[in-house]
Design a protein. Structure first.
Length: 358
């Protein structure tokens, strides 16, 4: 399980944006107006060289397409913008953002204005499409967030390749006897390990944002229809990632406290790094599954819930193998060790699963 796993995961959001949606065209002629006696009146099919139409809030989320066989001149609020013979496409949201008031578009053509075709394009998606994208801001967030994480990962990988590979080693999650554990266990508070903890918090946070935004609204933390801008999406991501990072610190303190109570002080670093490794591998597998789902264009309203439930199941399986690992490292009785794991692993994990899956 090497760096290629996360590289595939990083392509997830970009891959989701490559799918080509269906374009729905709405004829704009009903909104045309003409100038008469310094006033704008509805266009009635008369022979004119210039037509006008206002860009209103009703057009939000669309693209204005302007086609003409002859050269046309485009004016916005009375100011000449360009002359062209090719098709024009204007983003409505950009026009409404960059122009004060209600933008007024004017199209001038020397010939018959009836040959000009003006339509409003909308991107129509399937009802249960992968990530239920309803506006470009969420796609923009995924692309930017993915690029940031990819750059972060490259820095970590180049600065400490051996440690990165160790974190992504699937076999160590399910092996009873582990070798070279000192690679990570000896530096739990080192700066590079802190960066790895920050990275996994951001990665899990991004996956949660995708699942909660695209999954069924029955998910307790579903953010469907509640993200209205790229800034808001980043705010959600950073907030969720901060909570996950705090959870990791609490997890470390819990392990330290329980190990002190049960006399297992030498297992703190080993157990915590085992948890982090399981989290890395589970996140990578979640990303791979989401990529396959996107490529195969599968439609299932419960898919994201199943992905989250499967990741939780993987963490439970990792806890089971941790029990056998600790048995091989300690001489304590089975009941004593099981009681320790209940307090440090099993009960917190069950509470977390209950919160996530409701």
């Amino acid at each position: 399980m090497r760096s290629g796993v996360l590289l595939i995961l990083f392509l997830l959001s970009a891959g989701s944006c490559w799918s080509q949606p269906t374009e729905v065209v709405k004829d704009m002629q009903d909104y045309w107006t003409v100038s008469k006696n310094d006033q704008l009146e509805d266009y009635q099919g008369q022979s004119v060289h210039t037509i006008h139409f206002a860009v209103i809030d009703e057009f939000k989320g669309g693209i204005i397409s302007i086609k003409s066989p002859d050269e046309i001149s485009l004016f916005i609020n009375g100011q000449l913008q360009l002359r062209t013979k090719s098709e024009l496409r204007l983003n409505v949201d950009s026009l409404l953002t960059t122009r004060t008031g209600t933008p007024l578009l004017s199209i001038f053509q020397k010939g018959n204005i009836k040959t000009v075709q003006i339509g409003l394009l909308y991107q129509a998606h399937l009802e249960n499409e992968k990530f239920n994208r309803q506006a470009s801001h969420f796609r923009d967030f995924l692309i930017l967030g993915t690029l940031l994480l990819f750059g972060f990962f490259v820095i970590l990988f180049r600065s400490n390749t051996r440690l990165t590979i160790d974190y992504l080693n699937l076999t160590k999650v399910f092996s009873i006897q582990e070798r070279e554990e000192a690679i990570v266990a000896g530096r739990i508070g080192s700066s590079v390990n802190i960066l790895f903890f920050v990275f996994i918090s951001l990665l899990v946070g991004l996956l949660f944002i995708i699942i909660f935004n695209g999954g069924d609204s029955g998910l307790y933390f579903s953010t469907k229809n509640s993200i209205d801008s790229t800034t808001q999406a980043f705010t959600w991501w950073l907030f969720l990632s901060a909570i996950i990072f705090i959870f990791l610190i609490i997890k470390l303190l819990l392990i330290w406290t329980m190990s002190a109570l049960f006399g297992f002080k030498g297992l703190v670093r080993f157990q915590f790094f085992n948890f982090i490794r399981s989290l890395y591998v589970a996140s990578s597998l979640m990303g791979i599954v989401l990529v396959v789902y996107d490529i195969l264009e599968i439609e299932n309203t419960n898919f994201f819930y199943l992905v989250l439930a499967s990741a939780c199941g993987f963490m439970i399986l990792g806890t089971l193998f941790l029990y056998f690992k600790l048995m091989a490292r300690t001489s304590s009785s089975t009941f004593h060790l099981f009681s320790y794991l209940c307090g440090s692993e099993i009960i917190p994990l069950m509470i977390l699963i209950k919160v996530l899956l409701n």
